[in-house]
Design a protein around this ligand. Structure first.
Ligand code: IPE
Ligand code: IPE
Ligand code: MG
Length: 238
């Protein structure tokens, strides 16, 4: 029987290089990536994969040129409003992970709108990481927990893994499988807590070329991994 990951993460990398190799401005790569994402999501939704997290923009991506950041923000604003509206009818709940500040109000407004319009959908979930950093997520969780301890809601001794999980940006299952396109073999601050026991895969293709076929090939890689969680169990994907 085919084993599907319950939660899959996609670090959508390589848009810039895809464009540069074609002598196009970097933004054309982001547009091609956005177009590919829509097609890919439709494909993934047909499969028995309940939760997908995508890395759209890291906190650190604000270090890019003002021109690129601004153009990306405009792309996000329109994308959340129009391109992802098909998810409303597809019964997918959309949520976001990351800090609100300093995202522009126009982007935040369309994020809230999409969240609101899909809040009763489910059980499938699309989690979009935008202005997201895995370390910042843990910093924010520690701050919230400290405030609750200070207010006397529970004692330090009572803090366990569940306490941390309850204070992450979203309540999601652990990541089973993380794909990063473009050949870079690093996490770049993506869902550090959630990926503790994730399997990783680094296909060489740039994200705009990571099509349905490439996704299915990645799934086959996952299905052949042997997950042990620190034990001595040789069973695959159990
Ligand atoms: C990923 O593509 C998209 C974002 C980070 C917003 P890049 O823009 O990082 O593409 P490369 O890595 O420069 O090719
Ligand atoms: C990671 O890609 C973030 C996203 C895909 C949104 P980057 O291109 O920003 O990562 P680095 O800089 O190569 O580590
Ligand atoms: Mg990159």
């Amino acid at each position: 029987m085919e084993q599907y990951p319950k939660h899959i993460g996609i670090i959508m990398d390589g848009n810039g290089r895809w464009a540069t190799e074609r002598n196009l401005p970097r933004m054309e790569g982001h547009k091609a990536g956005a177009k590919n994402l829509k097609r890919l999501l439709k494909h993934i939704l047909k499969k028995d994969i309940p939760c997908v997290s995508i890395f759209a923009f890291s906190t650190e991506n604000f270090r890019r040129s003002q021109e690129e950041v601004q153009a990306l923000m405009t792309l996000f604003m329109n994308y959340f409003d129009k391109e992802l509206s098909f998810l409303i009818k597809q019964n997918v709940r959309v949520c976001f992970s990351g800090r609100a500040k300093p995202l522009p109000e126009g982007v935040l407004k369309n994020m809230r709108k999409l969240e609101e319009m899909t809040k009763n959908n489910g059980p499938k979930t699309l989690n979009i990481c935008i202005n997201y950093g895995g370390q910042d997520e843990l910093v924010d969780a520690v701050k919230a927990i400290s405030e609750e301890v200070q207010a006397g809601q529970y004692a330090i001794e009572e803090i366990d893994r569940n306490t941390i999980e309850e204070h992450l940006y979203q309540k999601l299952p652990p990541l089973d499988f993380v794909i990063r396109t473009s050949g870079e073999q690093r996490i770049s601050n993506f869902m550090l807590w959630q990926s503790a026991y994730a399997e990783y895969y680094f296909p060489k293709v740039y994200f705009p070329d990571f099509d349905e076929e490439a996704f299915d090939e990645s799934l086959m890689v996952y299905q052949n991994r042997n997950r042990r969680y620190g034990g001595d169990n040789e069973k695959k994907n159990s």
